[in-house]
Design a protein around this ligand. Structure first.
Ligand code: SF4
Ligand code: SF4
Ligand code: SF4
Length: 497
């Protein structure tokens, strides 16, 4: 941050407003506690503080800009982006913050596209209508909210990011549920700021994924450049993987070529079928992490490990974790381990269970969980394959009430915020469906083919292909909307998507 070149009255006004932000105040007041906790070094602390100051300053610049206009809409937001030399998606992310802090009311205006027999009616985004808070900002102090409100409202997906960035390490996610050590908490609100279940500007996420300069509406499986069906050619991986082994092959390639130093993923803990977050550093670790886990796992909690400092990282995770990572690219808190994430490798996810629910499912199937060799969701059923070679199954309908409550409000099946998304739906048994979403994802996939590590076919050449994936992804979105609406009807808190 260069003070010299910005010492205008407007800058000082914005800085004063920024200093009024509870996030900034808490970071300044608790500097000693933060450094003593050992998660952030002094230079890391400075970088986070300056980053937050810059962001707050820009947010208040937008607020003042809107306040000085008689009418505010998308055109005004485009003007602000041009004057400030920032992308529209950045302006929209600031707008979301102002909205959440009740400094503005931004209503979205949609055009209705009539449907026909084959296509349902659709709403297309048209414009914003923005009203600015007229009073003194100092009279509308932002209310500090920790992620405790997300835990208590059962909206927490257990992604682990809040625990991974907490400056005083006073937050833990265990078995999908979070706990804060209130005595240690410095009330900085960073956990709430990064959480994908506090507010998530889905339109901005879509724009960033597509590198678009216009607002993008959500599609059934998110933006993708190319789609394939693929399976690994690496024998050790193919022998133990769940389907096509593509996510393990990605990590294998990235580690071999030193494109990353390590990957964050999950492996089974000493309690079989209860996974735990895991740092993947070599081929043996890749084999330990292979296979689908149906119990929620807070992988992103590992971001606070000192071992990650200065390392190039890949993260393998489910859609809510990919959303958390993309949100933290949009709302950059300057935390180096987050900024060092080179690849987001997303896995398809319909729902997840607590370990206790998984025990319950096994009980329904009359099998001891320790005798289960593999679990799978396919064709509307939950399968358990036993060590003895038996195959047991139960319709998903009969166990969906056992899934985590927060998964009911999850709209994303296919990891729409990843660089590359991998799952089984749409491809034949033993193969993965792969959606390439970003240039980085594309480059990685092409390298896997060039290095002869995978077999790849265009998704159009396989059955059931994308139509089935789109159908299931759409039904997840519809269900999520339904659950969100019923929570709203009961006056319960929901994520601001
Ligand atoms: S969703 Fe993730 S970031 Fe939000 S409270 Fe839960 S674990 Fe923390
Ligand atoms: S729990 Fe949240 S509010 Fe408390 S110190 Fe950690 S990040 Fe800050
Ligand atoms: S269904 Fe959604 S919220 Fe639940 S684990 Fe999967 S991605 Fe996360």
């Amino acid at each position: 941050m260069s003070l010299e070149k910005n010492l205008s009255w407007e800058y000082l006004k914005n800085l004063a407003d920024a200093l009024d932000s509870y996030r900034i105040r808490a970071l300044i007041d608790a500097k000693r506690d933060i450094l003593e906790a050992g998660i952030y070094s002094e230079s890391q602390y400075d970088s986070i503080l300056y980053k937050m100051l810059d962001e707050e300053k820009l947010k208040y610049t937008l607020f003042n800009f809107l306040k000085n206009n008689s009418e505010n809409n998308l055109k005004t937001l485009n003007q602000f982006s041009e004057i400030s030399s920032i992308d529209l998606n950045k302006t929209l992310s600031l707008l979301e913050l102002l909205k959440n802090e009740k400094l503005i009311i931004a209503e979205e205006i949609y055009d209705k596209l009539e449907g026909d027999e084959n296509n349902p009616e659709k709403l297309i985004f048209k414009d914003f209508s923005i009203k600015v808070y007229e009073g003194e900002i100092s009279k509308l102090k932002t209310i500090y909210e920790p992620v405790k409100v997300i835990f208590e409202s059962k909206n927490c997906s257990g992604c682990g990011l809040c625990a991974g960035i907490c400056p005083v390490n006073c937050l833990r996610i265990y078995n999908g549920f979070g706990k804060i050590d209130e005595d240690k908490c410095i009330r900085c609100g960073l956990c709430y700021f990064v959480c994908p279940r506090s507010y998530l500007p889905v339109k901005v996420l879509n724009m960033v994924q597509e590198n678009a300069s216009e607002i993008k509406d959500s599609t059934k499986i998110g933006y993708y450049i190319e789609a394939y069906s693929a399976r690994t050619k690496i024998k050790e991986i193919s022998e133990i993987c769940q389907d096509g082994g593509i996510s393990s092959t990605c990590i294998h390639y990235l580690l071999e070529k030193n494109k990353i130093d390590l990957a964050i993923g999950a492996k089974m803990s000493n309690t079989l079928w209860r996974p735990e977050p895991f740092l993947i550093k070599n081929k043996e670790d890749i084999l330990l992490s292979a296979g689908t886990k149906y119990v929620n796992n807070p992988n992103l909690q590992l971001l606070n490990e000192n071992e990650l400092t200065g390392k190039k990282i890949a993260v393998v995770g489910v859609p809510c974790q990919m959303q958390a990572l993309l949100k933290s690219k949009i709302y950059d808190i300057g935390f180096s381990s987050l900024n060092n994430i080179e690849y987001r490798i997303g896995i398809f996810c319909m729902e997840s269970f607590s370990y206790e629910s998984l025990l319950n499912i096994c009980k329904k199937l009359d099998i001891d969980i320790n005798n289960a060799k593999k679990m799978d969701i396919n064709k509307g059923k939950f399968f358990v394959y036993t060590k003895k070679g038996d195959e047991l199954n139960i319709p998903i309908k009969e166990i969906s009430h056992l899934a985590r409550e927060d998964c009911e409000i999850c709209y994303d099946l296919t990891s729409e915020s990843a660089d590359i998304s991998i799952g089984s739906i749409g491809s034949p048994s033993g193969w993965n469906t792969v959606l390439i979403r970003t240039e980085k994802g594309k480059e990685l996939y092409n390298e896997l083919i060039k290095s002869k590590l995978i077999e790849s076919k265009p998704i159009g050449d396989v059955k059931p292909g994308l139509p089935l994936l789109e159908k299931i992804a759409n039904s997840k979105k519809t269900k999520s909307k339904k659950h969100i609406n019923s929570k709203l009807e009961e006056n319960k808190r929901v994520p601001n998507y």
